[in-house]
Ligand binder design. Structure first.
Ligand SMILES: Cc1cc2nc3c(=O)[nH]c(=O)nc-3n(C[C@H](O)[C@H](O)[C@H](O)COP(=O)(O)OP(=O)(O)OC[C@H]3O[C@@H](n4cnc5c(N)ncnc54)[C@H](O)[C@@H]3O)c2cc1C
Length: 438
């Protein structure tokens, strides 16, 4: 049904000779051999994640025959797990400022061409809907799996073929009678098409299909790949900080401002058995570097110094005022972890404290210094920074400048979004744009 030959003929012969045999009639208008199989695709989309699915749907709706190839037995495993199964499918505030890339403007065109509103319209067309939560985050009302199934179903209805359980091992440019094409070696056989889209994602969260395939393939294709780093991943702690985190494991702070290296994120914070997590910590992890400290404001909406100075609180113990700002267990744990001098200060009445002492107590809540030991790495990273260097690709079509016919989209590229639906919006936007061009 598609061109699939064994990867080698047993004598070590290269498979390239099996592709586009000279006697096959060639339809120049379509840059494609006339069918000698029942489905010779115009485009092979490598990776059936959200970027690959949207690219395939957009291409198929333009009349292109698209075949999606994926190593997994099911499509888009990360999408199915996204948002804890609720799928934070886009963010109304999507703009390049919310993405990490060596080429910060690269994402701009695609985000303008396929906006969050465009995605919501597509969702509606699939019979689904989304609701807005904090920070412009949109969640699919029906959940992640129905969304994935609906997208896959729309692709199939539009004529796309799926080759699941096919691991891509190599991509090689080749000559066709009408210019370039590509041979794709998989663990099940060899495929070919005039156009190939790399939608293989990143190494993040390997248990959900994350792989380093892009790094491996890019070397053979002569493309520059920036080293992948885990992003949106929990931070680990050691020593007394780890003991504190374990004591408080499961406790969350609804709104904490976590800062490092000039970046601040204000969102939830969670204590875990390994250290710190929660949205604000996941966000800062994309910027944090080993050896750097975090400064955490556990009550950014309040001013503890002001409250300690308030005459109405003069007869209260400082620790009582402090415990009014953060969960009681956290306040107790923070106070018992202090130096004996500060612990003694926290027992005193507010009216007895000097300005400097009030400041010292306020810093415990508003400028808590924490030195993480590391991150949970790719194993628990929701995304990865790094990837294919974007300067090699058109920001409009996502076609490779030096290898026409080759495209790259989604997390395979050096574009990593913040938490909040930005990564999926990037997958949709880049997938859509490439789908218009393949
Ligand atoms: C647990 C979790 C929750 C998340 N939640 C959200 C969220 O709520 N909102 C949000 O915006 N983002 C979320 N993300 C991030 C988002 O899922 C990713 O950014 C997005 O899936 C990237 O899309 P992609 O299509 O580029 O890559 P992927 O989704 O990684 O898809 C790549 C595909 O390529 C396949 N593949 C890899 N190597 C090979 C190979 N050699 N041969 C064949 N196939 C291969 C994989 O099986 C996979 O299907 C979450 C991520 C995780 C891990």
């Amino acid at each position: 049904m598609f061109l699939a030959q064994s990867a080698a003929d047993g004598k070590g012969e290269p498979v390239a000779r099996l592709v586009f045999p000279a006697r096959i009639p060639y339809n120049r208008a379509m840059r494609q051999p006339k069918s000698y199989t029942d489905f010779q695709p115009h485009v092979l989309i490598l990776g059936a994640g959200p970027a690959g699915l949207l690219c395939a749907l957009a291409a198929a709706r333009r009349g292109r025959r698209a075949t999606l190839v994926d190593a997994s037995e099911i499509t888009a495993r990360k999408l199915r797990a996204s948002g804890g199964g609720r799928c934070n499918c886009t963010n109304l505030d999507a703009s390049p400022a919310h993405y990490l890339s060596a080429n910060p403007k690269f994402a701009a065109q695609a985000l303008k061409r396929f906006t969050p509103q465009n995605f919501l319209t597509l969702l509606e067309g699939l019979g689904l809907s989304a609701s807005k939560e904090d920070f412009g985050r949109m969640f699919c009302d029906q959940g992640a799996t129905p969304l994935t199934d609906a997208l896959e179903g729309a692709c199939r209805k539009a004529g796309c073929r799926f080759l699941l359980n096919h691991r891509v091992e190599a991509v090689t440019p080749t000559q066709t009678p009408d210019g370039t094409g590509f041979i794709v070696d998989t663990d099940k056989g060899t495929l070919s098409a005039p156009r190939v889209v790399l939608a293989l994602g990143s190494p993040a969260w390997p248990a959900l299909g994350g792989s380093d395939s892009i790094a491996r393939l890019s070397g053979a294709l002569g493309l520059t790949h920036l080293p992948a780093r885990p992003a949106l991943t929990p931070l680990t702690c050691t020593g007394s900080m780890l003991a504190l985190c374990r004591e408080l494991s499961g406790l969350s702070v609804a709104s904490a401002a976590v800062s490092s290296l000039g970046k601040t994120y204000t969102d939830g914070l969670l204590f875990t058995h390994q250290g710190l997590s929660g949205p604000a910590v996941l966000q800062i992890s994309s910027h944090w570097r080993k050896g750097e400290a975090l400064t955490i404001d556990l009550a950014p909406a309040a001013d503890l110094k002001q409250l300690l100075r308030d005459p109405a609180h003069g007869r209260l113990q400082a620790r009582t005022v402090l415990a009014g700002l953060v969960p009681r267990r956290l306040a107790d744990a923070l106070i018992s972890a202090l130096t004996p001098e500060l612990t003694a200060l926290a027992q005193r009445k507010c009216a007895e404290l000097s300005k400097a002492q009030m400041q010292a107590l306020a810093d415990i809540v508003h400028a808590w210094r924490v030195s993480p030991s590391g991150t949970l790495g790719m194993t628990r990273a929701e995304a990865a920074s790094g990837g294919l260097c974007t300067t090699q690709f058109s920001p409009k079509t996502f076609e490779c400048r030096k290898l026409p016919g080759l495209f790259a989209i989604g997390e395979a590229l050096d574009v990593a979004g913040e938490l909040g639906g930005y990564n999926l919006q990037w997958a949709w936007a880049s997938g859509f744009c490439a789908g218009q061009a393949v």
